[in-house]
Write a protein that binds this ligand. Structure first.
Ligand code: ADP
Ligand code: MG
Length: 254
């Protein structure tokens, strides 16, 4: 058993723990003293003005961005620069991006199988079977042979969610998954996310869909200028925001 595996305590530890996290892009201090603990099964919504560091924060969780100070632990595994550790962490984390990031030259089915075959070393027939199961779940199985460019934005985003789920992640990160979509497609993606939340998936969603936040979030976190300004259950957050910055933000989006 590897050291990192041995240190896991059977799922009772928080899913994600960030302590004293600081990050700079060159001279620009983008994340300031972030402390955030996410329990298994928790659903977190992160909101805040453009440029406040929301994407950077969640991208640090699977090391798409490196932080300079503080600690991150995911599923009991502490992030270091060791690529083996980073891979162990990445295996637990699924991510969905604003612009879907599907491989345009691969079919929907192949998009969902690629990492299963090359990263998880699964036989193709097993990978395809699981991919079809998840494509069914997001109600797009009949499009499996098509290429991303032949699908609507809402359909592509549902494929992206299915692709992430095929890796059987412990936690799903969503970075503004509906903000590139035409209004009529937002609901079909949010419905999939609500369903996932109901099934107990641990989720961190950067989104300004406040209806979604009210429906599924256990906690809403408001970020501004690289800091967590306020966090509260949705009821408290929306009806009794404490900080003036939160009030101003809510007045602009609601
Ligand atoms: P948000 O997701 O809240 O809009 P981001 O995390 O994308 O915010 O960005 C936070 C700030 O960091 C912004 O001012 C942005 O311009 C800057 N930034 C983001 N990525 C980089 C980068 N790779 N290099 C330099 N600055 C960056
Ligand atoms: Mg962003």
């Amino acid at each position: 058993m590897s050291e990192a595996t041995a240190s896991r305590d059977n799922g009772t530890e928080p899913m994600i723990e960030m302590t004293g996290l600081n990050k700079w892009y060159g001279d620009f201090h983008v994340l300031r003293d972030i402390d955030l603990t996410v329990q298994r099964g928790e659903r977190i919504v992160i909101c805040g003005p453009s440029g406040s560091g929301k994407s950077t924060l969640i991208r640090c969780i699977n090391r798409l961005e490196a932080h300079q100070q503080g600690g991150i632990t995911v599923g009991g595994i502490t992030m270091t620069e060791d690529i083996k550790r980073i891979e162990q962490i990445r295996r637990q984390v699924g991510m969905v991006f604003q612009h879907f990031n599907l491989f345009p030259h691969l079919s929907v089915l192949e998009n969902c199988c690629l990492s299963q075959i090359w990263v998880q070393k699964k036989p193709r027939h097993e990978a395809e079977k699981l991919a079809m199961e998840y494509l069914e779940r997001v109600q797009i199985a009949e499009q499996a042979k098509k290429y991303p460019g032949q699908l609507s934005g809402g359909q592509q985003q549902r494929v992206a969610i299915a692709r992430a789920l095929c890796m059987r992640p412990e936690v799903m990160l969503f970075d503004e998954p509906t903000s590139a979509l035409d209004p009529e497609m937002i609901k079909e993606v949010l419905d999939v996310m609500v369903e996932l939340a109901r099934e107990g998936m641990t989720m961190i969603c950067v989104t300004h869909e406040m209806g979604f936040a009210k429906t599924v979030a256990d906690r809403v976190i408001f970020m501004d200028q690289g800091q967590i300004i306020e966090e509260a259950p949705p009821e408290t957050f929306f009806n009794h925001p404490r900080s003036e910055r939160t009030k101003l933000f809510l007045s602009q989006i609601l």
